[in-house]
Design a protein. Structure first.
Length: 271
């Protein structure tokens, strides 16, 4: 028909644009208008498997409620950061005894049994350093000519640790979490100050808690001048930190985070 291929292609593009516009105007519905039932159906279909077919409605509700719990409003609309949902697996009991808990949770216990199990209006220090009795670096040799001085060295090692913890607590911290260890001496100083200490927390969890609470992860207290300082601006905030037993395991929950909402799904099951 002597019509140039470019014209034919342009016609198809115009038709495609019009078709898309018609679909948007006449056939599409907004997600907000669908309601929870449609979301539950989507979740149920995508998770369909023999493992959870015993009660698919239970698990679809769990997923939809967890997503709604982490909604954050912005100028551009609602946003859902999936990383704010923590999934923990606690071995034992029936899979339908899984639960959704509002707040970020880590599977750990406090460093000392006498520490408080619940802290309201928590100020959180996130550390990536050891809170052990101070030890000199490898390769440094100390010659002691008087046995009396040996006890002074031991005392000084304890004083350095006490000074570090005092600086963190004086900045306002009442919850200290670290990716490394907290020894008995450090636990004693924290317990005496009414502070909750959590040790050997996974680095990914510490970074996420820092992001949710507005804290800064600190890997050294040293300054260029050679002093040791901990500033109150490094602290994060949340409404409540408490230790709870879920099944056979102990979890520490961070509820009412300052910067963003978070929730935790605790999965139960035999395998």
């Amino acid at each position: 028909m002597k019509v140039h291929p470019t014209n034919i292609i342009m016609g198809y593009k115009i038709a495609a644009r019009e078709a898309c516009r018609y679909i948007e105007d006449k056939l599409a519905v907004t997600v907000e208008s669908l309601g929870d039932e449609a979301l539950n159906n989507c979740a149920r279909t995508s998770m369909s498997s023999k493992l959870i077919n015993a009660d698919p409605t239970f698990f679809s509700n769990l997923v939809v409620n967890s997503i709604k719990a982490i909604e954050s409003k912005t100028i551009l609309g609602s946003k859902y950061n999936i990383k704010n949902i923590n999934i923990l697996k606690a071995h034992g009991q029936s899979s339908t005894e899984s639960q959704l808990i509002h707040g970020y949770a880590v599977q750990t216990v406090k460093a000392h049994q006498l520490m408080p199990t619940q802290i309201k209006k928590a100020k959180i220090a996130c550390l990536d350093l050891n809170l052990h009795k101070f030890r000199l670096q490898l390769g440094i040799q100390v010659l002691v000519d008087d046995p009396k001085n040996l006890e002074k060295i031991r005392q000084k090692e304890c004083d350095v640790l006490k000074s570090r913890i005092s600086k963190i607590i004086e900045a306002g911290a009442n919850v200290i979490i670290t990716t490394m260890g907290i020894d008995d001496t450090a636990s004693k100083y924290m317990f005496e100050s009414g502070c909750l200490g959590l040790r050997r927390i996974d680095k990914g969890d510490v970074n996420r808690i820092a992001r949710l609470t507005g804290a800064t992860v600190v890997n050294t207290l040293a300054t260029p001048e050679g002093d040791e300082v901990f500033d109150s601006s490094y602290l994060g905030e949340c409404e409540e930190v408490d230790e709870e037993a879920v099944g056979d395991n102990d979890f520490v929950f961070f509820k009412g985070c300052k910067k963003s909402t978070a929730c935790t799904i605790v999965l139960r099951g035999a395998n």
